[in-house]
Design a binder for this molecule. Structure first.
Ligand code: GLY
Length: 401
């Protein structure tokens, strides 16, 4: 089905879909607690298998792979430890997190990446929230936000993602805005919030298509702000809907509604959710393929053999966003978002996706995809899939207890 036909069909059948969604399995409080207890045990396995001065990234063919602190995923492991400490009260998890935070602190000076929200807010942001220790963490967060703000251009009205191409902005960058919003709350300096809102508005205008799917990358002319090219980096092709990108966008606009209370972000997030959840290629277990267009790849596509690969990280990020959305709307829609997230989490928590404690190199979830076009991290566990899965379990638990 072409894109506009699909958008029309989605519009026509949306109400019917909404009314008929049922959780495929009940994720009751006991099951959530078991999943979190197992995660707290499993992450200690990961701790033992990772280098002391590095951060866990993934596991493949019997080997664990760690990263330096400058890699974009460095904040997720300490963040997951902190979430699991929050769940269990296990001081060993807090100590493990603190040891990694000490390594990570120097990234507050890093002005070469847009990923500082992932790196510093998922880690130090959670540390400050959970321990209540503002003295130790506030300065780190504010210095990091200053570093991120250096990448903003008033010409493109965006934060630059990568230091190659012209002025590329990737949809993932929406996730870093939470960090900037919090920096304004912490410091009273309006600058961070203004950058965040402007970036979100520019992205809304330029990354999204009529059907509310998004491009992965928009490359701007840094001198004029004109768009040079809209394309993909990790998706199947330029016009495709790379799955995790859709999830980053959804989560980003939900969070922007939370932080600004501007209804246009919530209404936008609802449209993104509709695109994702009602997509004809969404599998029954709601764990998306790595690209929404992957199952329809033509016979001559170089990625054909991957057409049915799933991305558990997309499901984890989406579930977490939907749970928050369920608190922002009322009635049937709220129930729909909650039940959809429940189905995602229920399925992620089965043996199809959750590793047995002691296996999978200590990571929680199996079957994520880093980047198929780069032949990198294909059908493996990923530290961010685990982070958002645990976050979503905690959000879900909060809503049902
Ligand atoms: N931010 C890179 C990714 O989602 O793979």
């Amino acid at each position: 089905m072409n894109r506009s036909l699909r958008a029309f069909a989605t519009l026509m059948f949306s109400t019917a879909c909404l009314a008929t969604v049922q959780a495929q399995g009940k994720l009751d409080l006991n099951k959530v607690n078991t999943a979190l207890d197992n995660a707290a045990e499993q992450i200690k396995v990961l701790a033992e298998r990772s280098a002391e001065n590095m951060l866990p990234k993934t596991y493949d063919s019997g080997k664990n792979f760690d990263s330096e602190t400058g890699w974009w995923t460095s904040g997720f492991y300490p963040g997951t430890l902190l979430y699991l400490y929050e769940h269990s009260g296990d001081k060993e998890l807090l100590a493990l997190a603190k040891q990694k935070l000490t390594l990570l602190e120097k990234e507050k000076f890093n002005t070469t990446t847009h990923d500082l929200g992932f790196m510093l807010y998922c880690s130090f942001g959670n540390a400050m929230r959970i321990t209540g220790d503002t003295t130790a963490y506030k300065e780190i967060l504010l210095k990091g936000a200053e570093s991120l703000a250096t990448r903003y251009s008033p010409v493109t009205k965006s934060i630059r993602s990568w230091d190659f191409d012209n002025f590329p902005v990737i949809i993932d960058n929406m996730m870093n805005l939470e960090f900037l919003n919090s920096a304004t709350r912490l410091s009273g300096n309006q600058k961070f919030y203004d950058i965040s809102v402007t970036h979100a508005n520019t992205t809304m205008q330029n990354h999204y298509r009529k059907d509310y799917s998004c491009y992965h990358v928009v490359d701007y002319d840094p001198e004029t702000g004109d768009i040079i090219k809209k394309k993909t980096n990790q998706g199947a092709f330029d016009e495709s809907a790379w799955a995790r990108g859709q999830a980053w966008g959804l989560y980003g606009y939900v969070m922007m509604y939370r932080d600004t209370k501007n209804k246009k972000y919530l209404s936008f997030a609802k449209k993104i959710a509709k695109y994702m959840l009602e997509h004809p290629n969404m599998p029954d277990d709601l764990v998306a393929y790595w690209d929404y267009d992957a199952p329809d790849l033509p016979e001559d596509s170089k990625y054909l053999k991957y057409k049915h690969y799933r991305d558990a990280s997309t499901a984890a990020v989406t579930a977490s966003a939907l749970l928050e959305m369920s608190t922002m709307v009322k009635g049937k829609l709220s129930k729909y978002y909650l039940q959809t997230a429940e189905t995602m989490l229920y399925n992620l928590s089965t043996a199809s996706y959750t590793a047995e404690v002691g296996s999978n190199g200590g990571f929680l979830l199996k079957h994520s995809v880093g980047s198929i076009p780069h032949n990198s991290e294909v059908d493996v566990p990923l530290t961010y899939a685990d982070y958002y899965y645990v976050e979503a379990l905690l959000r879900y638990k909060d809503l049902i207890k």
